[in-house]
Write a protein that binds this ligand. Structure first.
Ligand code: LP5
Ligand code: MN
Length: 270
């Protein structure tokens, strides 16, 4: 697939919803990297339970990317996607706003999914505000700049003409392409150094400085941690959310809340 489409790269892709880069949060709960798919029923069940119980006790549910293992397009009639859309719609109906950021795996979530779920797409990155507090929200993959192969891949799949051509293909063709990408990506990860697959600290510093904030929340790396450091003479924090996997040992997953101080809690597997 080349990028020599008639429509310009800057023109928005019709199937993809507009993003908002404003998030005024009152009592949010953050999750990321659930990688929901039909081969991981326990993880899906844990998410559905989380949505029905804990999420609705918050004012906002904020999903920082890779909610799905992969997303072929809103028109693919994915049964897991439909189940999750209904679960999110119930969260919205209970009075909890749902914000959804694209990850590197589900960057094609678009207008159809937003309409079905009631979720609002959040730009990556977004500066969120909670009272007097401001902090940055991101998936995290854009800061993995030492992974040159990934950077090149990312640039291509974020190109609007490429996306338009991709979405014009049949669902079967798209699935086959994504299958090849996943296989290539998994093989590549076996031989990439761990540091290459993490964010570049100076990129995070630059993003914090550009946003004028001292704290960031992101996912993607599957290396949950709270990094505390000094930036321009002030205390700064980088909160890395855990991925979820309740189908393989050791079971893992968790969420970040801010209401009693910033705190990550783990999801218990059944
Ligand atoms: O997701 P994770 O953490 O496992 O790995 C990422 C990077 N890999 C990816 C690929 C996804 O995991 C799988 C694909 C999901 C669907 C994407 C939709 C694309 C279609 C949209 C089109 C508009 O993101 C991995 C990083 C890792 O994070 C850590 O940061 O290292 O990056 C890679 O492995 C990318 C490779 O380096 C380059 C991949 C090139 C693939 C080319 C395939 C060619 C197939 C040709 C078919 C005609
Ligand atoms: Mn990711």
């Amino acid at each position: 697939m080349n990028t020599a489409a008639a429509a310009g790269a800057a023109e928005p892709v019709p199937a993809l919803a507009a993003h908002t880069d404003r998030a005024e949060l009152r009592d949010p709960v953050f999750i990321s990297d659930l990688h929901l798919n039909d081969a991981q029923p326990r993880t899906l069940a844990a998410f559905l339970q989380f949505a029905r119980t804990l999420a609705i006790t918050h004012r906002e549910l904020v999903i920082l990317g890779d909610l799905f293992e992969f997303w072929v397009g809103d028109d693919a009639d994915d049964p897991i996607g439909a189940t999750v859309a209904v679960a999110l719609r119930d969260v919205v109906a209970a009075g909890t706003a749902v914000y959804l950021m694209h990850g590197n795996r589900d960057l094609l979530l678009g207008r159809g999914f937003c309409a079905a779920s009631g979720a609002t797409l959040l730009a990556d990155p977004t500066v969120a505000q909670r009272g007097a507090e401001k902090f940055l929200l991101a998936h995290g993959d854009a800061w993995c700049t030492r992974d040159l192969a990934y950077m090149a891949f990312r640039k291509q799949v974020r190109d609007a003409s490429f996306q338009r051509q991709f979405l014009a293909r049949s669902v079967a063709e798209r699935r086959a392409f994504i299958g090849q990408v996943r296989a290539t990506s998994e093989a590549g990860k076996q031989v990439k150094a761990m540091a290459i697959m993490d964010v570049t600290p100076t990129e995070v510093d630059a993003a914090l400085a550009a946003a004028g904030v001292q704290r960031v929340i992101h996912g993607h790396t599957h290396r949950p941690a709270t990094h505390r450091f000094v930036l321009d003479g002030k205390d700064a924090e980088r909160w890395v959310l855990p991925d979820w996997d309740l189908d393989h040992a050791p079971a893992r997953g968790g969420y970040l809340t801010l209401r009693d101080g910033w705190r990550v809690q783990t999801i218990a597997g059944e």
